[in-house]
Ligand binder design. Structure first.
Ligand code: WT7
Length: 659
């Protein structure tokens, strides 16, 4: 268990509020309690049944091959096309006129894209990708704003059996470059820019920077083309022969494209996420198992009635939530969904609620950090809008504190909507732990129970079940369909990071602390490794430390996640500055420079909230930085046990410098 959390735990477990679904909700709910019994009776048969809800060009006969753990194969002899499942089959079933995307740009422009239109666009784009030399197994980087073309890009790559690597548009040119290199991408799909906070935020210039100056870097350029959507109309430079405008090729391309089947284990995407080292991990997901679990969980946890619901997941496609619950889950289920380009507070702080009213959103899926920032702004803002269309709310990305849960239900959900708190990870591909709306009595603050077909436990360091009322480490005890299949190019790190700790038992180690309450419900306590969770986004302390020491003024740096009222955790950096720079600059100036520096190196989300300039860092005799003590300082607590420090006086010096 992490030391930040142990002090916050006790009050949580006195939670005795329970919210049963209304009879009306329960009567219409997609999920039933029989799902648990079915999965319990025969887990593999249960998943096979869910998989058969998809269209298989060649039906599978094998369900799970776990003969060489931790490398799983699901539905291995089956063949399918992921994009066909998300598009063509709905059109063929007569639902081509159903709206897939209710898109709203930040400036207020709108586009409604039907399933027939999206299918047509994806077919054309698939042909263009072929013309650009992209085929089965090639990697394509996608660096785009939240516009319909971004979804089309993912699906077109999937359609031809290539592999996408979506890089969040808020990441820097450097971050983009390292991801392009790691995956060996042949094509980058981007836009000139997209709207954020009232102005155009450029993207193509970052791609140009990422691809420039390879000379002497020792890195072989793999990118042959850059395909560019015109969105922001900002000025962009053009490299003839490499760069291609989307509007010059996609509308002109043939609309004929027959989806070919690919094996169930064909790679679908790589998505980079932070780990405990400086180098992001390329999490690899494949096709059949991933789509099965993304679609199934979306349907039962979000209670999707495709004919009537308007779903809105606010995540960016740059994160796994955007992959599974904007692109793949909702489209596989033929859902109508809202897609919004911009930030929640532009041009006014009620923007999200205005969209809920305008589009009649029935299901909203968002992150606790957003809920807490709305809470801070006050109920008067959402109260100005008619939110009565909402019938179900979801939460994801970090633990939701009971206070925010109650506010969400009362102010946004009109005191009636069920709330599902869904726990999962980039690595799990889809939801793992959540209430089933209409079935489970919900409990503010707890993610509650594993979904049907999912097996988890909370164990101690030896892998022994801790029992109700106790805390420990969250593990997944049986393989699941949407599990990661590896880390791109690094099978050893895959085994080491997730499977070595509980090798004897064969458990997957999630890196989260958790506690079972007296009912056996799961409460998450935060990460137990050097990974922070800022606004529901995963950041690595080591990665930010490396960025800091890459600045010429910095001698040494230590980064911790300090608890923050709105963002869950915030980045706090303790930095030792080189003497020559100390003399020439003010500490405030240095701190500000370093904040911006980290933003440029990694992306604005990684920018430290606090940069403390200190003379020393607390280290053990073996030289390991004691982050626990720095966290005490950053959170304004009395500093804990310092007896293992090499120099016990160092903490009083640091505390004095920080105040
Ligand atoms: C980490 C995964 C899941 C998609 C978004 C984040 C934390 C996620 C919850 C939740 C408590 C949660 C965990 C997890 N987390 N959802 N409902 N309750 N903690 O994906 O970047 O891969 O981060 O987010 O710490 O390990 P990610």
């Amino acid at each position: 268990m992490t030391d930040t959390t142990s002090s916050q735990i006790d009050h949580l477990f006195n939670e005795d509020r329970r919210f049963a679904p209304s009879d009306a909700f329960a009567a219409d709910a997609v999920a039933t309690k029989e799902l648990y019994a079915e999965a319990e009776a025969d887990r593999e048969a249960f998943w096979a049944e869910q998989a058969r809800a998809l269209h298989w060009h060649k039906p599978f006969t094998e369900v799970l091959d776990w003969s060489t753990p931790p490398f799983a194969k699901w539905f291995d002899d089956g063949e399918l096309n992921v994009a066909y499942n998300c598009l063509d089959r709905h059109v063929e079933a007569g639902n081509g006129d159903r709206v897939a995307l209710l898109w709203e740009g930040e400036p207020g422009d709108e586009r409604k894209v039907t399933y027939a239109e999206l299918t047509d666009e994806v077919k054309r784009l698939a042909n263009v990708l072929g013309d650009l030399g992209i085929g089965h197994g090639d990697r394509v980087a996608i660096y785009m704003p939240m516009i319909p073309e971004a979804i089309a890009a993912m699906l077109a790559v999937a359609r031809i059996g290539a592999i996408h690597s979506v890089v969040f548009g808020g990441f820097s040119a450097d971050s983009l470059r390292s991801r392009i290199d790691d995956a060996g991408a042949k094509l980058v799909i981007t836009a000139d820019g997209g709207y954020r906070k009232g102005k155009v935020s450029p993207l193509k210039p970052a791609v140009d920077m990422a691809l420039a100056d390879r000379n002497g870097s020792g890195v072989q350029e793999t990118v042959e083309h850059v395909l560019v959507v015109q969105r922001g109309k900002n000025a962009v430079e053009w490299t003839e022969g490499r760069d291609v405008w989307w509007h010059d090729v996609v509308p002109q391309a043939s609309g004929e494209h027959e989806a070919q089947p690919f094996p169930a284990e064909n790679p679908l995407f790589i998505l980079y996420t932070s780990g405990t080292t400086g180098k992001p991990k390329g999490i690899l997901h494949t096709s059949g198992g991933y789509l099965t679990q993304a679609a199934f969980t979306h349907k039962v946890v979000h209670d999707i009635h495709p004919e009537t619901d308007v779903f809105w997941c606010t995540a960016d496609i740059g994160w796994v939530t955007g992959h599974s619950y904007v692109t793949y889950g909702p489209l596989a289920n033929g859902t109508t969904q809202v897609l919004y380009e911009g930030t929640p507070d532009t041009p006014h702080p009620g923007r999200w609620w205005e969209l809920v009213e305008k589009y009649g959103v029935t299901i909203l899926y968002t992150a606790p950090t957003a809920i807490r920032s709305f809470m801070k702004l006050g109920r008067a803002i959402p109260k100005k809008f008619d939110l009565s269309s909402l019938r179900l709310l979801g939460s994801v990305g970090e633990p939701i504190n009971p206070e925010a849960w109650m506010w969400y239900r009362k102010i946004i959900g009109g005191k009636t909507t069920p709330i599902v708190d869904t726990w999962w990870q980039t690595e799990t591909g889809a939801m793992m732990i959540s209430a089933l709306p209409g079935v489970t009595e919900t409990k503010p603050g707890s993610a509650q129970v594993p979904l049907p077909g999912i097996a988890i436990d909370v164990v101690d360091e030896d892998g022994t079940h801790v029992g109700n009322g106790n805390g420990g480490l969250l593990v997944i005890t049986k393989p699941w369909p949407s599990m990661l299949r590896g880390i791109w190019g690094d099978p050893e790190r895959f085994v080491e990071t997730y499977w070595e700790k509980f090798q004897k038992q064969g458990y997957y180690f999630a890196g989260d602390g958790a506690r079972l309450d007296d009912d056996g419900d799961v409460w998450f306590l935060g990460r137990v490794d050097d990974v922070m969770n800022v606004s529901g986004h995963r950041l690595s302390t080591t990665e930010i430390e490396s960025a800091l020491v890459a600045n010429e003024a910095v001698a040494e740096a230590a980064v911790v996640g300090a608890s923050d009222e709105t963002t869950g955790q915030a980045v706090a950096a303790f930095v030792i500055i080189k003497q020559s720079y100390l003399a020439a600059n003010s500490p405030d100036g240095l701190a500000q420079t370093l904040r911006l520096w980290v933003g440029e190196q990694i992306g604005p989300i990684a920018r430290p909230r606090d940069v403390y300039i200190v003379e020393e860092l607390p280290k053990t005799r073996s030289g390991k930085i004691m982050r626990r003590l720095l966290r005490d300082v950053a959170e304004g607590r009395e500093v804990g046990d310092t007896t293992t420090l090499a120099d016990t006086a160092v903490m009083s010096v640091i505390s004095a410098q920080v105040r």
